[in-house]
Design a protein around this ligand. Sequence first.
Ligand code: UDP
Length: 235
Amino acid sequence: MSECKYKRVMLKLSGEALAGANGFGIDFNVALRIATEIKELVDMGVEVGAVVGAGNIWRGRQGEDMDRTTADYMGMLGTCINALALQDSLESLGVMTRVQSAIEMKEVAEPFIRRRAMRHLEKGRVVIFAAGTGNPYFSTDTAAALRAAEIEADVILLAKKVDGVYDKDPHKHDDAVKFDTLSHLEVLEKGLQVMDSTASSLCKDNNIPIIVFALDEPGNIKKAITGEKIGTIVS
Ligand code: UDP
C-alpha cells in the first residue's frame, strides 16, 4: 500500500478502449487486459471506481437526424452494456464488483446511491458507474468528474489513445509538443482536448487532479497510481 500515491481513484475509460482494433463493439481480450490491470490496483489496496463511455457503440451526436435527447439516452444505455462487459471481465478474475446505474434498471444494476457506492469501495469492490450522469447533453467525462467528486476520489485516471496532452493533435502534426504538467485553468484557457469543458470545469472547481495517459501500454494504470512519470498531470 505504501507505494500507492492515491487511495481512491476514478478510472475513466472511453468506450473505444473496449473495442480493440476494429473500433466497434467489445473485444473481450481487451476487456480482460484492462480488468487485469484494475485487479493489480485492487490487490494493492487501492479503491477503484470506474466510468466507461460508449463511443464503441453509440454517441449521441451520431444521431444527426434524431431527437438529441433520445440519441443521448441511447448513448447512456450503451455505457450500461460496456459496464456489464467490464464487470464480467473483472469477476472472471475474482474481483468483486458492483455496477451502479444513473438510470434505474434494478434487474440489471444497483441504482446510483452515493453512500452505498462509498461502502462498496471501502469493502474493496470495484464500483462501475453506468449510464453517465443520467442526463442528456452531458458526457461520460462529466460523469467521471461528477462521481469522482461525490466519492471523494483522490485522482481521475483518464485512459486515452494518446499518451498525454499535446498542444495540437499529435496524429496530424509531427511537431506537436506534449505537456508534462498543466493547471486546470491552462486546459480551459488554451482549449486543450483533455475532457470537455463541463467536465474540466468540474475538476477545476473541485480540485480533482487528472492523469492523462495511454491505455495501450500495459502497466500504465499501475504506473499512474504509484506516481511514476507518465502522460500529463493536470492539477
Ligand atoms: N451521455 C449522456 N449523458 C451522460 C453521459 C453520456 O447523454 O451523462 C451520452 C451521450 O450521447 C454520449 C454517449 O452517452 O455521446 C456516450 O458517452 P461518451 O461520448 O462520453 O463516450 P466515450 O467518448 O467516453 O466513449
